[in-house]
Write a protein that binds this ligand. Sequence first.
Ligand code: CAA
Length: 445
Amino acid sequence: MTAVGIDAVEIWTGNLKLDLPGTFAPEKGEDPEKYTKGLGLNASSFPDSYEDIVTMGANAAHRLMERKGLEPDDIGRIDVATESAFDNSKPVSTYVAGCLEQVYDGDFHHANKGERKFACIAGTQSLDDAYNWIRAGRSRGRSALVIATDTALYARGDDGEATQGAGAVAMLISEDPNLVELSAEQGYGSADETDFLKPNQQFPSVDGKRSVQVYLARMREALEDFESVAGEVHEEDFVYAPFHTPFPGMVRKAALLAYRHVIRDTEIEDDLATEIGRQPRPEAFDSDDEYRDALREYMDSLKRTDRYAEWYEATIDPTLTIAREVGNWYTGSVHVARASALKHALESDREMTGKKLLIGSYGSGAQAEIHSETVRDGWEEEITALNIDEQLAERYEMTWDDYEEIHDAHNHEMDVDVEEFTTPSEEFVFDGWGRMGERKYRYVE
Ligand code: CAA
């Protein structure tokens, strides 16, 4: 069976930066370490006044098409995943195609376009759609463009405000891909949950503490379901495990649970038993509460072992490097985590061809999905082409007053005109409103 997967990736960050320990924490009267150590975040990316989900998505896609030497005729499908859409009918992918048609001679009239919604997991679901379209033999030799784009803004004063972010990831899905092959096996953990939602409103209603528990519960289900089709997962099977990263502290919790699961009934559990005992089993306890207390104690001890710390440093920590500087990008977040891991491999001269990644996606509401990816021999070329470090360094750093202004500028309920903080160059920008309330865009040379 010919491999199908991600051929190329491009990342586009919002052009503004908010320093969390330096600017946000003092205004909130909080210890800066709550952000750097607790949530694991240094900064978040924000859209300037001329940026939105369309400009960021189109800019990422444009860069990808230019780098790969593609024309519109090479693309048979454009799917945009977002939870920041501003229209209940017209999909963001039509706007993105309209932007790209301004800079290419051809058009996307014969490309199938759509928009995917299931909170942050929609980016991964769009990869599935593209994979299935190619596997079904419907692609006519063309590739699919998948764009995950979000302005992950929370209401001012919401606990989630510290985890905001804005950016887009564009991915080209093809046969015989350069970057990674997607596994046919997938595991799901899905349930009707009320942890985070936007009932026809721009900013989310969030039960923050509950959302953390739901993330962990659905991920565990997805991992078990994945094992039921792909076989047991072991510690040494995967070089990196990129997970959806609303904030790195969330992944720290998920990683510990995943590690406990994968070492159960293995030699590692036996080796660790002399130091911290064996994992508690429910049948050994009279009540659920006693079992849970014992489990908590075991997890606390496991977290402190050298073995776990080494695994975490090697397999999880490298997936969080970019997230620490940009915050939550919702649909793009797990795809940023994959790029972060492969960038780490490149920078540490690690040979990755043929090696595996375990990908954990999550969307509130709620669903988790786990699949594996096999790294392909063009990965170095693809990851070397990323310019995310330069983009991050070039962001304009906002003062607190700037932040308040820009949050208002992106608040759909406010009608404020905010001067741009940066000067756009070689990118699409928002250019005002049309007669039917549509958004207009232009390319700035
Ligand atoms: N030094 C070190 N650590 C500190 C600290 C300090 N001075 N002060 C606090 N901390 C730690 C806390 O102990 C806590 O860590 P643990 O959870 O490991 O105990 C961490 O910093 C955060 O502190 P709080 O729990 O007090 O923070 P909070 O209540 O203000 O907000 C949150 C946390 C509820 C997650 C909030 O950020 C939120 O609502 N976020 C949005 C929802 C979200 O991202 N949920 C994640 C799962 S849902 C999902 O993944 C979908 C999605 O993308 C939204």
